[in-house]
Ligand binder design. Sequence first.
Ligand SMILES: Cc1cc2nc3c(=O)[nH]c(=O)nc-3n(C[C@H](O)[C@H](O)[C@H](O)COP(=O)(O)OP(=O)(O)OC[C@H]3O[C@@H](n4cnc5c(N)ncnc54)[C@H](O)[C@@H]3O)c2cc1C
Length: 361
Amino acid sequence: MKKSNILIIGQGLAGTVLADKLMQKNHNVTMIDKGHQGVSSAVAAGVINPVTGRRIVKSWMIDELQPVAKAYYLQVEEKLKIKLWHELPSLRIFTDTAMSNNWSVRMEHEGYQEYLDFASAKELLNYPIQQEFGVGIIHHSARANIGLMISSFREKWKREGYLVESEFQYQELSIANEEAIYQNKRYDKIIFCQGWEGAQNPLFSDLPFQVSKGEVLILRIPKIPEEKIIKRKVAFVPLGDHLFWVGATNFWTFENSAPSSMGMDWLLAEVRAVLSEKSSFEIVEHIAAIRPTVRNRRPLIGFPENITINLLRPTIGIFNGFGTKGTSLVPYWADQFIEHLDEVGWLLENKTKQKQNDKFK
Ligand SMILES: Cc1cc2nc3c(=O)[nH]c(=O)nc-3n(C[C@H](O)[C@H](O)[C@H](O)COP(=O)(O)OP(=O)(O)OC[C@H]3O[C@@H](n4cnc5c(N)ncnc54)[C@H](O)[C@@H]3O)c2cc1C
């Protein structure tokens, strides 16, 4: 495969994983990112939950996604010498009898046995939580510390000269004359990984972004054991030292990305619905970010044909739309994206093959 010059805009989870995997294939990668303050990947818990929702269904493609994600985060642990991957079963607090009944039914379905069970009295011992309708247990849930991962890569890539801290300037991009040039440098590919801000990118104005705001509390809860996630409407994710990431809201309308009093009230009501009266807590932080959610909840990956240079060769791309599940989706889809580029060719030739393979259009 030909070595390409690639510019990646955005070093959240999507840009980081894509850049790392492209570098592993010896491409020349440059990244531009304006900062991680209030960014989705920095605020997220990084939980991978194989079975979700009131309907108790497996997450989309989870059987394929999770092994790839786990292998990737373990590989990064080794490379960066940081701890990222935490296997954490989840306690699922039922909100009514119907949910408990549905749980029993779902446990019998093919493909669910390895994931679902009822929590035993022994497992609930020492958990000062409300459990009027019972508690289920979800096996194989996990947390990858994606915030730590992106900040560690950022330091490394800044030191090595691969990452420039600045805001991408659209007026300095030229895609005329069958070439993509940014700030006087020619690139074989420019791939936008901007998270929710992709919704404001004039190149992708017709894509079905429908972004949502998530707010989170970091609580200190001295009396809750730290080896499981607890989930009702919100998740309590143990961070160590008796700190818990508690969230998140899912607001579809909002004025800005800052934490709000409405978010705080909603979260506190949910905290009180989970913790028994005996359990005291202290609020350490209130944080918020906007998720890159998409109307049909599927990622946005590829080289849109309305950008005419892409008809000649895949040049201006997008890797985005990972919504509420970036931790599991991004490593798998980064591999697929790169594999697709290997198939269609990185340079001008291969127009025919590119046409044949339209799965990313
Ligand atoms: C409260 C909350 C909780 C979540 N919890 C989970 C969870 O438990 N598990 C899970 O899997 N997912 C979770 N998510 C979703 C997860 O955060 C996302 O799926 C994922 O992190 C998105 O990564 P991204 O790289 O696409 O976007 P982002 O993280 O938004 O990164 C985009 C980057 O691009 C940069 N950028 C944008 N525009 C420009 C520009 N013009 N110039 C330069 N740089 C630019 C930004 O500064 C940023 O660094 C959560 C999200 C929120 C908000």
